[in-house]
Write a protein that binds this ligand. Structure first.
Ligand code: FW2
Length: 287
């Protein structure tokens, strides 16, 4: 079962810090992360230009053996361009995409055609990134099966039953859940793994949690899951996409750069408040 990190995208003064990006990837892959998800939600994917996503992919492919590249765009040609660009990197094991978003009442036929066009543009497996709360529509297991060319799914969903349905209807599909609160549940029901933003800041704890589940030590596994939940509860009111950068510094001990507006960095008071708020969880999650 994989631990996949949707890595943060470090900016400094609004520009990518690619050295820091590669360094962060090397650090967390040395601590239990199996694969890197580039340009996802935690990575501010929809807020990146095509050129920035290409630069991130090149840096990630230099620092990790396994990369999943998120190419979703409301400009199909950009998504196709990114998918084709990824062909040059052996480390890219799959292309992922959110479904077309923002525009309401797109038909299932149109959503399916988007993914079939993507599948036709690449030799790599294509994964659905299903995140209804962010995208505004749910491409559930039945709809995913109708699309016909998908080889995997990352389902960011608080319902493990919703995620399991992909495995039930398409047993050969690689199925991951993207909710940090469902890491224990995902490992326990035997998904192919998790894509957890917490892998940016507590990769060691996720690796231990997976080991506890494998050994049947659910009490210790639950304790780690509950500590992660405490961190999420503290961070989310501050704006989780911004707080993740601070959480990397708190738990990993290095500056992970900052987000780029309109995802604004935490201010000094918020950073101090978060550090105090996660102190107890930190002791439970310490390596
Ligand atoms: C990503 C993920 C994780 C998110 C989750 C949302 O791309 O960042 O879906 O952290 O709370 O897969």
């Amino acid at each position: 079962m994989d631990i996949i990190a949707p890595v943060v995208t470090p900016f400094r003064n609004g520009r990518l810090d690619l050295d820091l990006y590669a360094e962060h990837i090397r650090n967390i892959t040395a601590k239990g992360v199996d694969a890197i998800f580039v340009a996802g939600t935690t990575g501010l994917g929809p807020a990146l230009s095509v050129e920035e996503r290409k630069a991130l992919l090149e840096a990630a492919a230099s620092a990790a053996r396994r990369v999943i590249f998120q190419v979703g765009s409301l400009v199909l040609d950009q998504a196709l361009d990114l998918a084709k660009y990824a062909e040059r990197f052996d480390a890219v094991e799959a292309i992922a995409s959110v479904p077309p978003y923002y525009f309401p009442r797109l038909s299932e036929r149109q959503i399916a055609k988007y993914f079939r066009d993507l599948c036709a543009a690449t030799t790599r497996p294509v994964y659905l990134y299903n995140y209804p709360a962010a995208v505004g529509r749910d491409v559930d297991a039945k709809a995913a099966r109708e699309i016909g060319c998908l080889k995997g799914v990352k389902d960011t969903n608080d319902s493990i039953a919703h995620t399991l349905a992909y495995k039930r209807l398409m047993p050969h599909m690689r199925v991951y859940n993207g909710s940090d609160s469902l890491v224990l549940a995902s490992f326990s029901v035997g998904l192919d793994g998790v894509v957890a933003s917490s892998a940016n800041y507590v990769p060691e704890a996720l690796a231990r949690l997976r080991e506890y589940v494998a050994r049947g030590d659910l009490e210790r596994a639950r304790s780690l899951q509950f500590a992660i939940d405490e961190v999420l509860e503290a961070a989310r009111p501050l704006g989780y996409s911004s707080a993740v950068y601070e959480l990397v510094e708190i738990f990993q001990g290095y500056d992970a750069g900052e987000p780029r507006p309109p995802i604004y960095p935490l201010d000094p008071e918020e950073r101090a408040w978060l550090r105090a708020a996660v102190a107890q969880a930190r002791s439970k999650l310490a390596p």
